[in-house]
Design a protein around this ligand. Structure first.
Ligand SMILES: C[S@@+](CC[C@H](N)C(=O)[O-])C[C@H]1O[C@@H](n2cnc3c(N)ncnc32)[C@H](O)[C@@H]1O
Length: 216
């Protein structure tokens, strides 16, 4: 979310190579109207998501935490037309803005409700080939447990904010996150990196972007 460590020169060089669609730009502006700090992933993280998604070539994508629908568009950008894509959002205003921004983007279903409940309803659609976790941090371990049970072999779990602004590795650092959220994220990172079914990496973005590939 938020903090872009990309210089203007880097952005101006990369933007034509990895263009954002008009709909992506619309999602961004709808998000900025609500939250100036912008909750969505950055342009650069979007390219990483798109790259990983193209490698996995998913038939089913699931995102937990839609906001205004920016990241789901990077995940969905280059997939096969029959790919099923679900994204979950609990906040009514965010959900309404995402639905508006994604209008006409075929294949993406914006599901409204608390993720834990929606995930329960989605069990019959599993397994998913790509799951992106980017919602309330206090439930990351629950989301991870659900995801490790419902990801396909050869699929990938991606999670944003696994550094929690640096709080997970720098005790005492003042951040917006509570000690409980920090502890939850430490458990999350330990669980996925120690899981023998996955090979994983935490990409050193400012927020920390974890990608875990299910190999067995
Ligand atoms: C960081 S934002 C998601 C940004 C989005 N993935 C992007 O990059 O464009 C997190 C979103 O999760 C939503 N959220 C928070 N708690 C949730 C819950 N329990 N269930 C579903 N969504 C939740 C918030 O309302 C917010 O819109």
């Amino acid at each position: 979310m938020g903090q872009d460590r990309i210089s203007k020169e880097q952005h101006d060089y990369l933007a034509p190579l990895y263009p954002e669609s008009g709909r992506m730009k619309n999602s961004k502006s709808l998000g900025e109207e609500i939250q100036k700090g912008f909750l969505s992933i950055t342009f650069w993280e979007g390219q990483i998501l798109n790259f990983l998604s193209q490698i996995i070539a998913p038939k089913k994508i699931l995102e937990i935490g839609t906001f205004t629908g920016y990241s789901i568009q990077w995940l969905a950008k280059s997939v096969a037309p029959d790919t099923k894509i679900y994204t979950i959002e609990s906040d009514s205003e965010h959900h309404a803005r995402a639905t508006k921004a994604l209008n006409g983007f075929s294949g993406i279903q914006c599901l409204k409700g608390p993720a834990v409940e929606v995930l329960n309803d989605l069990k019959p659609k599993a397994p998913f080939d790509l799951i992106f976790i980017d919602a309330n941090k206090n439930a990351y371990v629950e989301y991870l447990d659900w995801s490790t049970q419902h990801i396909s072999k050869g699929g990938m779990i991606i999670a944003d904010n696994v550094f929690l602004g640096g709080a997970v590795y720098q005790p005492g650092l003042e951040t917006q996150y509570s000690p409980k959220q920090v502890e939850t994220m430490r458990v999350f990172n330990k669980k996925i990196t120690e899981n023998p079914d996955f090979v994983s990496v935490i990409l050193p973005t400012f927020e920390g972007l974890l990608a875990a590939y299910r190999k067995t």
